[in-house]
Ligand binder design. Structure first.
Ligand code: ACO
Length: 377
């Protein structure tokens, strides 16, 4: 029997491919998109600029950026049958399930956009423009808000807020979401991006790759953690109860959501930036309870377990203060990460090799087949 390498459970530390899109230095706590440090992008850039950077590998000129913004605006409306489909979905459906099913359905109406190859940049832009619309149409349907009117004038961040809340956001609120979208746009071979690349590596289409990615992001060990953080804060209630609740969870060997990371051995730089935004939005709203609870949780988890916060710890507190329901937090993550997923799919098409690892078989090999009538009952 051929010898095989030792099993790397969870593919930890396995280098699966080369990529120019994103670099994480887990020991220094650095995150780089196409050569640019996330801290500088979060301070000075916009989501549109970052999406362009991820797809094309360079920052846009003013004209290119204006063209992309106009393109997003034009691509926001969904085909009418897709709007109908969303309006027929159960109002108690999970928004991540709605997103997954609708991304898949969109492919039926735009098969050309998703075809493998360099031309699927059209599909990348289409999906990035459409995700806030999908969420807006569904959220308005389930809450009885007015139908979503086209707003090509708004940035992606402002449009996302408008689609969900039916009002024009303030500059500060839109900027908070813009920064969150920048920070979530890509993260190397995280589970959902890997799922997208595995799908693309079979020469399947872009929409199938993004459908795989949405399903993967949904899990609480990945994108779903931000919603669970808010459940924990609801359970804690007030900052003075934070220590006791965290101790109780740790004693029951529960994972504390929003902490730990496969790659970062120090604080996730995205958490550092979002912590500051959580404080800022809390102070602006005159409600710093979430911020104070999270600071206390951080202190206890670090003291007891030596764990650092990840990107999911603070994002939910910001979205909650903006008035966004908890079950839309992971979909908002998707509305940003779709730019990274599609950038990786485009890269996969450029340098394609079927992704197909191997497993160490640990079962028997020489069992004799027993006819059904002879098997013990
Ligand atoms: N709370 C409590 N203990 C933890 C946590 C946590 N959040 N994270 C890791 N640990 C402990 C584990 O129990 C384990 O301890 P043990 O060795 O005594 O059993 C040890 O740290 C290592 O944990 P692993 O699960 O092996 O680490 P892995 O790299 O596989 O996990 C993960 C990374 C899944 C993110 C993990 O830290 C976790 O479950 N965190 C909570 C969920 C979360 O916040 N997910 C969002 C991640 S960021 C993102 O995906 C966008």
């Amino acid at each position: 029997m051929a010898t095989i390498s030792p099993v790397q459970r969870g593919l930890e530390d396995v280098v699966a491919l080369e990529s120019r899109i994103c670099f994480i230095d887990g020991h220094e706590g650095r995150l780089i998109y196409q050569g640019y440090d996330i801290r500088e992008l979060a301070a000075r850039s916009t989501f549109e600029e970052v999406a362009y950077l991820l797809w094309y590998g360079r920052l846009p000129t003013a004209t290119q950026l204006a063209e992309l913004r106009a393109r997003f605006g034009a691509l926001r409306p969904l085909p009418p049958p897709v709007v109908d489909l969303i309006r027929r979905m159960p109002t108690d459906a999970t928004p991540m399930d709605v997103l997954r099913t609708t991304v898949s359905a969109l492919a039926l109406f735009e098969p050309e956009e998703g075809k493998p190859g360099a031309s699927s940049i059209g599909g990348a832009q289409r999906l990035t423009a459409a995700l806030p619309t999908i969420l807006g149409v569904f959220h308005r349907h389930r809450t009885g808000m007015p139908d979503l009117a086209p707003r090509p004038d708004l940035s992606q961040a402002a449009y996302l807020l408008y689609a969900l809340l039916d009002r024009d956001p303030t500059e500060l609120d839109a900027r908070a979401v813009d920064v969150a979208l920048i920070l979530h746009a890509d993260h190397e071979l995280n589970a959902s991006t890997f799922a997208a690349r595995v799908t693309a590596s079979t020469l399947s289409d872009l929409y199938s790759a993004v459908t795989s990615a949405v399903g993967t992001l949904k899990g609480p060990l990945h994108g779903g953690a931000n919603e669970r953080v808010m459940e924990m804060l609801d359970e804690i209630g007030t900052p003075d109860r934070a220590e006791a609740v965290v101790h109780q969870k740790l004693a029951q060997h529960e994972r504390i959501m929003g902490f730990g990371h496969r790659v970062y051995k120090v604080e996730d730089p995205r958490a550092t930036i979002l912590r500051e935004w959580s404080r800022r939005i809390g102070e602006e709203r005159g409600n710093t309870a979430y911020f104070e609870m999270l600071r206390k949780v951080e202190e206890v988890v670090h003291r007891e377990k030596g764990l650092y916060p990840n990107v999911d710890l603070y994002s939910g507190s910001i979205y909650s203060l903006l008035g966004i329901p908890h079950d839309l937090f992971t979909p908002i993550f998707a509305a940003s990460r779709v730019s990274g997923w599609t950038a990786h799919v485009l890269e996969e098409y450029q340098d394609l090799r079927l992704i197909r690892p191997t497993a160490k078989y640990v079962g028997p090999t020489d069992l004799a087949y027993v006819p059904i009538q002879d098997r013990p009952g």
